[in-house]
Design a protein around this ligand. Sequence first.
Ligand SMILES: Cc1cc2nc3c(=O)[nH]c(=O)nc-3n(C[C@H](O)[C@H](O)[C@H](O)COP(=O)(O)OP(=O)(O)OC[C@H]3O[C@@H](n4cnc5c(N)ncnc54)[C@H](O)[C@@H]3O)c2cc1C
Ligand code: FES
Ligand code: FES
Length: 497
Amino acid sequence: MSQINLNFKFLKTSNFTMTKSSTIQFLHNNRLVEIDFSKETEHTPTTTVLQYLRKSHEHKGTKEGCAEGDCGACTVNIAEISNNELKYSAVNSCLLFLPTLHAKQLITIENLGTSNDLHDIQKAMLQTDASQCGYCTPGFAMSMLPLFKQKSIPKKEEIQLALAGNLCRCTGYRPILEAAMQIAGKNSPDKFTENEQLVIQELNKIHEQTNLIEIQNNSTVYFIPQNLNEALRLRNEKPNAILISGSSDIALKVTKKYEHLNEIIDLSHLNELNFIEKTKKTVLIGSGTTLENIKDQLSDIFPALGEMLTVFGSRQIRNVATLGGNIGSASPIGDSLPILMAYNAIVHLQSAEGKRQIAIREFITDYRKTQIATNELIVTIEIPVTEKKKIIKYYKISKRKDLDISTVSAAFELELDKASNVLVFNAFYGGMAHKTSHASNVEQFLVGKKWNEEHINLAKALVKEDFKPISDARSGAEARLLMAENLLFKFYLETIN
Ligand SMILES: Cc1cc2nc3c(=O)[nH]c(=O)nc-3n(C[C@H](O)[C@H](O)[C@H](O)COP(=O)(O)OP(=O)(O)OC[C@H]3O[C@@H](n4cnc5c(N)ncnc54)[C@H](O)[C@@H]3O)c2cc1C
Ligand code: FES
Ligand code: FES
């Protein structure tokens, strides 16, 4: 590993060339860091950014609480180029593999300010007494940096949402929230603003010099293709390789289950998978688009999708987690699945041989299994724009509102005629079976009936015909059935005039 001190104030540009495909380069605070994994003994491609930071004497400010994305103590910022500007995102360093930093700027707490020159965020935290033991403080400060950089002043709810991925166990949240409210949207020039143009220049340079990265180290081979064709070729040649987009699911295999991953294809650098295209009739979403981007750009067109995304993980998770990754995981409690089914979305797959499309309602075949072939990638998710006459809603029941996975979830699609008879009714449940599933008996019963309480009560009784849920740590089977029935009733109450 080598580090070039860029000393942004004095040095104009660095001078380096990309020679080996096993090398990654990124900016960390004011330094260009180069890691050649073929020589590296301390770090492997599945070393997380948190593990990397904690091994360095200079970067102990970033803390480990849970190592699974739940506490926010490890929050750092990643700055990337977006529309010729730097975009700052708070992410959990415990869920990022080191190679994902390639061609990005990593900002850690040490770079925010010094005791002689505090950043406005630190000043605000001091003023409001927002830190007691201090363990969570660097994580909160890092979650506040993108808030500070926002160009408009966000509402209180948005600020709360931005901090929902950080836990504090001693100070209490009121002073922390007060500090965040003081700085949110302030966007006054700081040391990061000063260096932005040079950072953009350096990151562009790394991009231009990057070809396929192929890291071989400690019996792990880690590929970072730079375009879709390269990715499809690799997928064809390496059918057993694990795909990662945001790695928020896959990283847990390493950090929690201590699994060794032999072959990884990292899709996170593919611009071709990171886009949103809107037309009058349909919206196309690249599979590598992050859930936070989807929330920002599509909540007005698909309100139920937007609502689901406000209770999906935390902002740190949504900043990396992708729609393709949520579908690819095919978890029976994956939150995007019921809602995409209700919207009747289509999954576009591509291999080196060609393209095909499958309705999401048919795509999931079994517990964590899909129709994807071993040489295919999910490239696009297509959502038809909802006709005005249809009502689509999503509900999630979890032990706590923020940063929790679903115990039971449901998405409903309803169309009534003028006399309130049901023309279309679809109900998709998560957490009720080994995969996200239709409540087909309920659906069949309700179609053609009057949309009224009597029929809903009769339909509720059919939920147990549709599902035989399991009991697990999250809930008992009986409670799950009750939740599923009550969600149907809640939907009814919210759809009667
Ligand atoms: C703290 C925490 C909170 C979470 N909260 C939620 C939650 O509220 N709701 C929820 O549903 N999930 C949640 N998750 C799970 C996870 O964040 C999501 O499933 C996320 O959408 C995965 O996306 P990713 O890009 O990170 O996937 P990755 O981890 O990169 O990949 C996941 C899987 O998808 C496959 N895959 C990825 N991209 C493609 C592609 N282009 N083509 C084919 N296959 C592909 C991979 O093979 C892999 O098996 C949470 C996870 C954590 C750690
Ligand atoms: S250590 Fe808890 S979120 Fe990373
Ligand atoms: S200040 Fe102690 S955990 Fe937050």
